[in-house]
Design a protein around this ligand. Structure first.
Ligand code: ADP
Length: 395
């Protein structure tokens, strides 16, 4: 019995006394064995829980690390390693290895006060600036105080928040301009110009124009919001660019929008298939064609093409218009960007058309490219992978 008790103390949990001896001794032996069973069970459970916890923390998106009372690293997960560049074989204080004074300071305050603390920290790693939400909590073992820190990467969140704020500011600004203009004309009319037969209709015409701009803007903003809301969740059917082109161009011809230009359609016999819904594809072509017309002086040529190349379905809209400078080409897909504000306004532009095209194209799993030369013309091309099962025809 003494041997078994000693073995258990030394961590050999498989030792048992077994049915031996008589009377009290036999009972004591059985009790020791039950104790050993109980101990084995608890230790197995603890091991399992520790393994589960370990796996959980290791797989966390958040970086987690712990330091002891002398700032020696006692634990860290993969995310912490990635964010802070920690290595396993750190000697001494971790602050010598990771020069992030804010995190060191946070841990120090937490250790001193014994209270949890949090701070937002900017961290430069190579070319990337991370924004981290760092939270530290202290813990005590054997009378000494260590600190556990959790680092939550909020870089994308902050970027999105900034974009949203800018977007709202831009929308408000863009809506204000036509509203101010409408107000000006209304005040003039109210002030007596309504009886000025030489001008009153002209003023009303201006108001009408601004209302149209406002309507276009609101409709584009709503479009963009809708596209963003459904992004990723869109499961488009397979459609053929040739059909979309035929429908859109017919619509334009019927509405007389192509009268001042020559419009060529170049599509082959093979289907040019895209995983996308017909409505989104129509909107892409409509925005590109509308721009081609707006930014091409009369008598120009607009060519719409669809073909398959290198596993991609390609839609092209080419014009012989004013072109886009290299500097502007970098920015035209941004919301509200207009190369020539005055001209875009005159033509009822919102600066959102190409942002919508870009988003929709991403929904097809593709991208939009632009080639252009100032004064000569522009070619927009939408490249999206040919969906599985659709035949490819080069050319
Ligand atoms: P807008 O409503 O102003 O046309 P878009 O987002 O559709 O907004 O286009 C952004 C800007 O890109 C336009 O203001 C214009 O300066 C430029 N642009 C777009 N398409 C063309 C084109 N085909 N030719 C020349 N410039 C273009």
């Amino acid at each position: 019995m003494t041997q078994v008790a000693e073995a258990l103390r030394a961590g050999q949990y498989d030792q048992r006394v077994g049915p031996r001896g008589q009377g009290e001794f036999r009972l004591l032996g059985a009790t020791i064995d039950r104790l050993a069973d109980e101990l084995t069970n608890r230790i197995t459970t603890l091991d399992e829980q520790r393994a589960q916890l370990g796996a959980m923390v290791a797989g966390l998106q958040e970086g987690v690390f712990a330091v002891d009372d002398e700032d020696r690293l006692v634990f860290h997960n993969r995310a912490a390693q990635r964010l802070l560049g920690l290595s396993d074989d750190l000697d001494g204080s971790i602050w010598q290895a990771i020069a992030v004074p804010e995190i060191a300071e946070l841990c120090r305050t937490t250790r001193a006060s014994g209270k949890p603390a949090a701070q937002e920290i900017r961290l430069q790693r190579g070319d990337t600036t991370y924004v981290l939400d760092a939270r530290a909590t202290s813990f005590e073992t054997h009378g000494q105080r260590g600190v556990v820190a959790v680092l939550h990467d909020v870089t994308n969140l902050r970027r999105l928040e900034l974009m949203r704020t800018e977007f709202v500011a831009n929308v408000s600004h863009e809506l204000k301009t036509p509203l101010t203009s409408i107000r000006g004309y209304v005040e003039t009319l109210l002030g007596g110009a309504i009886h000025d037969d030489a001008n009153n209709l002209r003023f009303l015409g201006k108001i009408d124009q601004q209302v149209e701009r406002l309507t276009a803007m609101v409709s584009d903003v709503l479009s963009l919001a809708r596209i963003e809301a459904t992004e990723g969740g869109r499961n488009g059917k397979i459609n053929d660019w040739r059909q979309v082109i035929a429908d859109v161009v017919e619509g334009y011809e019927e509405a007389g929008k192509l009268q001042r230009h020559t419009c060529k359609v170049e599509t082959g016999d093979a289907p040019v298939r895209v995983r996308g819904d017909a409505e989104s594809m129509t909107q892409v072509l409509d925005n590109l064609l509308d721009n081609a017309i707006k930014y091409t002086p009369g008598d120009g040529t607009i060519t719409v093409r669809a073909y398959n190349r290198d596993g991609f379905a390609v839609l092209e809209v080419e014009d012989t218009g004013i072109g886009i400078s290299a500097a502007d080409r970098e920015r035209i897909f941004e919301r509200f960007f207009r190369a020539d504000r005055a001209r875009s306004r005159d033509t009822g532009g919102t600066g959102l058309g190409l942002a919508i095209v870009k988003h929709l194209t991403q929904g097809f799993g593709g991208e939009v490219r632009v080639d252009s030369e100032l004064g000569r013309g522009t070619r927009f091309a939408v490249w999206s992978p040919i969906p599985d099962g659709a035949p490819t025809n080069a050319g």
